[in-house]
Design a protein around this ligand. Sequence first.
Ligand code: COA
Length: 174
Amino acid sequence: MGRVIQPYIVVTRASALTGPLRQHLEEWFNREFENNSIVHDKPTWYALARFENTIIGRLGILNRKITVGKQPVRISGLSGLAILPEWRRVGIADLILNRAELFITHELKAEYGLLICRDETAPLYLKRGWERIDSATYFSQKSGIYRFKKTTMILRCAHRHWPAGEIDLCGLPW
Ligand SMILES: CC(C)(COP(=O)(O)OP(=O)(O)OC[C@H]1O[C@@H](n2cnc3c(N)ncnc32)[C@H](O)[C@@H]1OP(=O)(O)O)[C@@H](O)C(=O)NCCC(=O)NCCS
């Protein structure tokens, strides 16, 4: 009979992790997303999937007050969902997102989740109830304000209406 694989999913404060583990998670992000030219904000929390002694999946989480059409909106940002290649396509991303969505909705009391992804990975979120937002999304770097060329997605945690207008992340992207 086949063995049932049961990874352990945990949400933890980044500040509670050891320095080497935090560094490992940050290096994983940089390697996976190859975005060294853009400076990203660091997550306040991580949702991690562990199997035995290995972290097989990671996702960053932070809180931010952004503006949408100049209106302030409280969001929880999700960043850098990544699963080790040998663990893909067995549902680990779904498990991490299940936990992260519960965390931002019930513990962080976010009005919305917000993430930026490549168009190819949008279906992963769409089937979970996330929505694509077509308005332009802007973020800051030391050198100025830039517009994302990727896809912006939101999850309505409090079932509120999403305001119309351009999105300003009011700081670094994540
Ligand atoms: C994208 C990624 C996180 C998916 O992780 P995973 O654990 O393999 O995903 P799951 O097995 O939980 O699959 C969840 C759903 O998403 C779909 N999916 C998985 N990978 C996908 C991909 N690359 N593109 C589109 N959909 C995908 C699956 O078909 C599945 O849907 P189903 O249940 O209807 O079959 C993983 O491939 C990865 O780490 N890629 C490199 C980093 C990356 O691109 N991250 C995305 C950041 S937005």
